[in-house]
Write a protein that binds this ligand. Structure first.
Ligand code: AMP
Length: 266
């Protein structure tokens, strides 16, 4: 495996790309395995992107576990591990990318104005440097995945975005680099999140209204500080009623000081 801070694509082989912020876990592993199986060359990037963190968020505290990450990358057969410096990617006063006016500023973008501008900006830069044929993103970050799919379509980028299912822990909690912030007790409380999602799934599939489903989910999440519980279609528009194969239930909560997101695609 080559580890590089600068990347030059001179490849004629098919390239699969997995962009991450590191602190790799089995969710990232799943993306990498798919990428390994489907491409001749597999590129992993680890970059904690300052422009997607807002004032007061955990940018400086974000877990950085490079030694471990390198081991995982080698084990899976990553060909190139790209570790850009901030100065390589950003030059200061520069052209910016604006997330879609509506879908970029709801859910994760609502309390965190500018977050998706930063996400799309860094992903576009990384795409232009790595020039992948396929890029792998987790459904865990549903809104991010949908906005990246939109960017690829709207800007006519020649890249296939491959969505990957959410990888969960033994008790249903979605794996996340931020789970390591949780105390033992908080980790137990977090089980309420996947439970609320499966409650939502059962209720919607058995014909309950969106409102009553949402109410039941909110009570399943008691004791947690709720950011949002929303039921939307796969393009993030509001729904009037449950639509099979076109519904996502999205949750954001705070468990102690840690903000966690999760969702289910129905
Ligand atoms: P991050 O390092 O948190 O920016 O995540 C990098 C990629 O891994 C993103 O595409 C995430 O959606 C994906 N990812 C994170 N957690 C999971 C998970 N539990 N299951 C599947 N994909 C995930």
């Amino acid at each position: 495996m080559k580890i590089v801070k600068e990347f030059e694509n001179l490849e004629s082989r098919s390239i699969g790309f997995v962009p991450t912020m590191g602190a790799l876990h089995d969710g990232h592993r799943e993306l990498l395995k798919r990428g390994r199986a489907e491409n001749e060359l597999l590129v992993l990037s680890i970059f904690v992107n300052p422009t997607q963190f807002l004032e007061g968020e955990d940018f400086s505290k974000y877990p950085r576990t490079l030694e471990e990450d390198i081991k995982i990358a080698k084990e899976i057969g990553v060909d190139i591990l790209f570790l850009p410096d901030v100065e390589t990617l950003y030059s200061g006063d520069e052209v910016s990318i604006l997330a879609p006016k509506i879908r970029g500023f709801i859910l994760e973008g609502k309390g965190r104005v500018g977050h998706f501008n930063g996400v799309l900006q860094v992903v576009l830069k990384l795409f232009n440097i790595v020039k992948p044929h396929k890029a792998y993103f987790g459904k865990k970050d549903a809104q991010q995945l949908i906005l990246i799919e939109s960017m690829v379509k709207n800007l006519f980028l020649d890249i296939e975005i491959v969505p990957v299912d959410i990888v969960r822990d033994f008790d249903g909690v979605a794996l996340s680099s931020r789970n390591r912030y949780l105390s033992k007790e908080e980790r137990k409380l977090a089980i309420k999140i996947p439970k609320a999602l499966t409650t939502g799934e059962t209720l919607l599939k058995s014909g309950n209204s969106l409102q009553s489903t949402k109410r039941a989910m909110l009570s399943a999440l008691e004791d947690l500080e709720i950011g949002y519980v929303e039921i939307r279609d796969r393009n993030l528009n509001l729904l009037q009623k449950f639509e099979k194969e076109n519904t996502i239930i999205l949750i954001a909560v705070k468990v102690g000081k840690t903000r966690l997101i999760d969702n289910i695609w129905l």
